[in-house]
Design a binder for this molecule. Structure first.
Ligand code: COA
Length: 187
């Protein structure tokens, strides 16, 4: 998917493509910058530090071909994707992962690890990756999406038709990090 758009007079070309193993280092740096900068309005510094321990690259999504990157004028601007596996959130290192495959007849697909580089916020990067992810999940027969979001992700998902549910905290990184369950019925 490629598209040209203009925001506040500045024109750009955005392309969404499947992430490759060779993108992993760049994705890791983008996530670190995004967690550090874009969660400041939602989390305390200690919660942000703990977030770094539980969030990050999930290489299984890249292997599955369900993880995407957005490039703006050739530069990596964002990443995110969906999953047909039970794990709700987290990185390769996160404890309690469940990589069993979901059944679209009875299970909901996941949205996973949406991060935009601070330099590229507000340009529709996450919205475009989310639309691509939902379309791919729908094409595989899923009719519902359920996952766990950071507080910083809630305004994005709400704007894109998701409903917030239970709020809980993950303490595996040290200080408890607040998280929110999100759900959407696919049209
Ligand atoms: C959440 C995040 C991915 C949004 O990225 P983005 O590319 O700036 O989002 P978009 O430009 O596509 O925004 C789409 C819509 O979401 C809403 N939105 C996104 N970020 C918002 C914010 N901080 N406050 C209010 N609304 C927001 C807006 O309605 C926006 O639509 P609009 O531009 O038409 O008003 C980005 O802020 C981020 O990386 N945050 C830190 C990492 C994180 O917590 N990710 C979520 C993991 S579950």
């Amino acid at each position: 998917m490629a598209g040209d758009s203009c925001i506040m007079g500045a024109c750009m070309t955005m392309q969404i493509r499947a992430a490759k193993p060779s993108d992993i280092d760049t994705i890791g740096r983008l996530m670190a910058a995004s967690i550090g900068d874009l969660q400041r309005d939602f989390l305390t510094p200690a919660e942000i530090d703990s977030s770094r321990a539980i969030m990050g690259v999930d290489t299984r999504l890249i292997e599955d071909g369900t993880y995407y990157v957005a490039e703006i004028d050739g530069e990596l601007a964002g990443c995110g994707g969906w999953s047909r596996r039970r794990t709700l959130y987290g990185a390769d290192v996160t404890t309690g992962r469940d990589e069993s495959v979901l059944d679209p007849a009875v299970d909901a697909a996941r949205i996973r690890a949406m991060y935009t580089h601070p330099k590229h916020v507000g340009k529709g990067v996450a919205r475009a990756i989310l639309a691509r992810s939902e379309a791919a999940a729908r094409a595989k027969g899923f009719t519902r999406i359920e996952f766990v979001s950071t507080l910083a992700g809630v305004p994005l998902y709400t704007a894109c038709g998701y409903v917030a549910g239970e709020r809980f905290a993950d303490s595996t990184g040290g200080v408890p990090v607040p998280l929110v369950r999100m759900a959407k019925q696919l049209g």
